[in-house]
Design a protein around this ligand. Sequence first.
Ligand code: EPZ
Length: 457
Amino acid sequence: MILRYLVIEGIAISSVLGSLAPGSAISSGLADDVLKIQGGKILSGQVTISGAKNSALALMAGTLLCSETCQLQNVPSLVDIRLMTKILTALGVRVTTNGDVVQFDPSHLTSTEAPYELVSKMRGSFFILGPLLARMGEARVPMPGGCSIGSRPVDLHVRGLQSLGADVTIEHGVVHARAKNGKRLVGASVYLDSPSVGATENIMMAATLADGETIIENAAQEPEIVDLAGFCNAMGAKIQGAGTHRIVIQGVEKLHATDYRVIPDRVEAATFILAGAITRSTILVNQINLSHIAPILAKLKEIGIGYEIESPTSLRVMRSASYRGTDIETLPHPGFPTDVQSPFMSLLALADGNSVVTETLFENRFMHVAELTRMGADIKVKGNVAMIRGVASLSGAPVIATDLRASAALVIAGLAADGETIVSGLHHMDRGYDRLEAKMQGLGANLIRTTIAQSNA
Ligand code: EPZ
């Protein structure tokens, strides 16, 4: 049952509606954070984007490949980053965090088995399989399991590692991978049925220490893949072609220390650009990589949202009185990113005209639609297609975030809605957004994060 919280003068009254959202915790009488947003405020000023969650997690996994201490800069402060830190520590990596600079000493790994209670909480932790196997000759990593947006299998990861000469079995929900001769993996040609980001990362990392050449065909081309290859090459790996559909890796004996800066988070950048657009504001978004958000900028131009490139790393969203609808189909990079689909839908809900959004990457990534509809959006879903009729306004309401990017969509909608929106389920938001509420407040948003005791009816 999905619990809805009706906040009357700070007293939470909950009633039970619907079916239990995956991963939602029902706790009686315990405090639960919510965001209370008064919509309609025009934003101003500037915001600085943090390092990319989906790159930092892969790079952290990549430190397992290294035999010496290495350092990452611009690491975002997120729940998922702290979880990955715990996982690496459990394997024997000594991790020292100092703000957004994190040092990793993986010179003495003490285990080849990742703890279930940690890995099961986060899909990204499955990226340790390839590097741990390559470095130690063996790895045991629990299956990451599905999450609210889809089943998220790992067959492409497993088959790719098997191509590199690993024996891989799955017993009791744990993936057990061993290098056949007990020592090194052997380079091979790997064809990915679909350009999976995680599978490309796992296989690319495993291949850096394999014996000989590995070619990954139909590889994912996301900026995070390029960043990971850059980090591995800075440690002495020999990777070419990252960012294209064909990546070639020459295996080396070992990797050495390096100091590397994580790329900016393109999804967070898009989130703030959309916040400026939906509130008809002019805001400056700093520390971004413009080429990484090209699909977003193309769509903004299409619907009539103005922006100016202020510098190679900053963009000013220009106040636009109105904007049109458009059609979006999520695709692997360089197509429109699936992680921006839900926040962009909030913007389209208030467009002049109709839009069609097609989600091709994940089978269940429209859970934010029900919540947007409760705020007055006119959206109909048929399979993996959402048909949106722009409405003149949204009205604030208590809404529940069901996954990480849905939380961003609801915050953005709340910024533009009439009245008060209360967003709960913030544990999703905290996984992938570094101090979102403080950054929004810095732009003048009328938004507070408050703890509210909850009680079951
Ligand atoms: C990464 O997930 C990101 N997560 C996701 O971001 C992102 O949405 C996704 O890439 C697509 O860009 C991290 O980097 C930690 P995939 P990943 O493997 O690697 C199917 C966020 O909100 N597939 O490219 O899991 C899979 O089911 C998160 O930050 C297989 O069938 O994505 C999905 O339908 C959400 N078999 C599609 O491929 C496999 O072995 C894309 O998955 C692997 C994947």
